[in-house]
Design a protein around this ligand. Sequence first.
Ligand code: DDH
Length: 286
Amino acid sequence: YPSIAGSEIKAASLDYQRVYNEIAKLLEDEDYDDGSYGPILVRLAWHASGTFDRASGNGGSGGATMRYQEANHGANAGLQVARNLLEPIKKKFPDITYADLWTLAGVVAIQEMGGPTILWRPGRSDDKPESDRPPEGRLPDASKDENHIRQVFTRMGFNDQEAVALIGAHALGRCHPDRSGFEGPWTFSPIVFTNDYFVKLLEEKWVPRKWSGPHQFADEGSKSLMMLPTDMALIKDATYKKFVELYAKDAAKFSSDFAAAFAKLLELGNHFDPQSSPLAFKPSAE
Ligand code: DDH
């Protein structure tokens, strides 16, 4: 039999809900950060995908190119934690590609942390010529301004509203001095998907943090939350601010816009079977 037929049958017979459930079991760990690997899995899916360049068509999650030199790009510091966490899943389900696994893990993490259903399609290849691997510098630099954010997200093919929705993922997780140099969480509930990032941006008074680390902001009230210079740019830029206000007021609108933009992000640069319909996974609690 031609080998292509064999691999099609295998792909079709892989039960991705089972893979989803196995990833979900890995999330909780009371000794890690705020008790969950969810946020770092979201960041892995985002950094694997956010290298896409619409003009050249290269970059993106296909090829799982962070297995190579890209692992050492500054923006990806710390993500080996997420990739290593997923190794046992790859061993258990060898037919799933790394590119599918890393993006699926982002979907699992969002849904298990109480976020919206993210429609996801299998079919990303792990093969990509070396010449199509993204150069360093494609991911956003937290020390920059709104022009930089707009340039990076436009390059991927996102408009301003989609960019703001995606950055709302900063409700989750935290910054680590040994990874990015920045420190602290954006919200008081860093392992629950909420629109709190937008609420906090608007409601708190943000002041430059006095410390020896990189320039970042602290909330004047508790001083335990943080914003990056790029986060503050979303309330400095009038167009971005409009969407920050919308999402702070309307959590349901944020959830549905995030779901659509995140699903789009994870597909950038990949070619899927036009006949294939996206999958919707059941959260493991149901
Ligand atoms: Fe982010 N992010 N991000 N981010 N991000 C960091 C952490 C997390 C920027 C910088 C940083 C998105 C957009 C931007 C998550 C998701 C997403 C950290 C800290 C920096 C710095 C890393 C560390 O020290 O561990 C910048 C700049 C941007 C920008 O677009 C201007 C987007 C679009 C997403 C997304 O998921 C769609 C998540 C989750 C984290 C928390 C990770 C963790 O380990 O916790």
